[in-house]
Design a protein around this ligand. Structure first.
Ligand SMILES: *Cc1c(COP(=O)(O)O)cnc(C)c1O
Length: 350
């Protein structure tokens, strides 16, 4: 019998579980553009309460959540400070510039993924007609699977607030950060998520990543900010109708798929451990559910066709000489062990 494919390309590839599908099928729905969808309203209220905000807005994707956030914080001719590798700068088609005439001011990351406080400070422009108006600091947690240190989050957001900037967190994987942090501190993941979110004026969270829902993100903020975001969502064609079936999946994920992220993190460590000690292979110790594997020197030549060879062995990943493996709800220890075997096999075969 053929082995199932081990898909480690992203935590977006999960399929809704039978229980999640049942919750979706049973969801009460209404027209959300009229504010009538009880499941969406419940999700928005629950998320706002959970993370300590006045209001929340259910949107189609993380990209849409970030777009609504940046445009709710900034006007035409404003700018936002952001890291080079952050999703809301690098991976969203330049949406804030295209749709909002908002210019990014990207900064290089330090090795731990943070941005130097001095670099943030230096990037804030004086009020002078030569410059775009610096209005927003946008951060991300987790970033490439890295958990941002709480102390740095506090310092960077305090600096932004002192200079009159808004503070947005792309928390697509906020719960991965929270679960890892909770494990280290012996705390509750929800309390940790709230602690992280507490440093920001707005936060976006994805349900379609590690939480395992098919679609959907939430943007959180004040009533006023979320009101502006709602208008932008409508302009972006993102007004939803009977999308309570999707909110029900997200509610189910909140109930059943938060704490289990710890299993994804353990599997990421299992993968990293399995690849340890291979010649020319540098494995970044994973902090959450993403493992980066760099092939160096000789190993590059030996593994030029690694992604194809892996695919032939039924293991899917992204990247070429810097491979990225993401663990999630639909992968188990067996799958990880097969991935380890396949990678070791390809590297040893040359
Ligand atoms: C995936 C992701 C998003 C948004 O992705 P969508 O595919 O638009 O849902 C935003 N930020 C981060 C950090 C992400 O990983």
């Amino acid at each position: 019998m053929a082995q199932p494919v081990v898909d480690l390309r992203s935590d977006t590839v999960t399929r809704p579980t039978a229980a999640m599908r049942a919750a979706m099928a049973a969801a009460p729905v209404g027209d959300d553009v009229f504010g009538d969808d009880p499941s969406i309203n419940l999700l928005q209220e629950r998320m706002a309460q959970l993370l300590g905000f006045e209001a929340a807005l259910f949107v189609a994707s993380g990209t849409q959540a970030n777009l609504c956030a940046v445009l709710a914080h900034c006007q035409r001719g404003d700018e936002y400070i952001v890291g080079q590798q952050q999703h809301c700068y690098r991976w969203e088609g330049g949406g804030a510039a295209v749709f909002g005439s908002v210019q990014p001011q990207p900064l290089e990351h330090l090795p731990d993924g943070t941005l130097a406080l001095a670099a943030i400070e230096a990037a804030i422009k004086p009020d002078d007609p030569h410059f775009a108006r610096t209005r927003l600091l946008a951060l991300e947690n987790t970033l490439g699977g890295k958990r941002m240190p709480m102390e740095w989050l506090a310092q960077a957001t305090a600096l932004a607030a002192a200079r009159g900037l808004g503070r947005h967190l792309d928390g697509a994987r906020l719960f991965n950060a929270a679960v890892a942090q909770a494990e280290a501190a012996g705390a509750d993941p929800r309390a940790e998520a709230r602690r992280i979110a507490g440093h920001f004026d707005s936060v976006s969270v994805c349900f379609s990543k590690g939480l395992g829902a098919p679609v959907g993100s939430v943007l959180l903020g004040s009533q006023e900010l979320v009101g502006r975001a709602r208008r932008i969502r409508k302009m972006a064609g993102g007004g939803l109708r009977q999308a309570g079936v999707l909110a029900a999946a997200a509610l189910h994920a909140l109930d059943h798929h938060v704490d289990r992220l710890a299993q994804d993190h353990a599997l990421a460590r299992r993968l990293a451990d399995g690849l340890a000690g291979l010649d020319g292979v540098r494995v970044e110790p994973p902090q959450t559910n993403i493992v980066f594997v760099d092939l160096e020197g000789d190993a590059r030549a030996r593994a030029a066709d690694l992604p194809q060879a892996l695919a032939a062995a039924g293991v899917l990943a992204t990247g070429l000489y810097r491979l990225r493996f993401v663990t999630h709800l639909d992968v188990d220890a067996d799958g990880i062990d097969r991935a380890v075997q396949a990678i070791r096999g390809v590297l040893a075969a040359a």
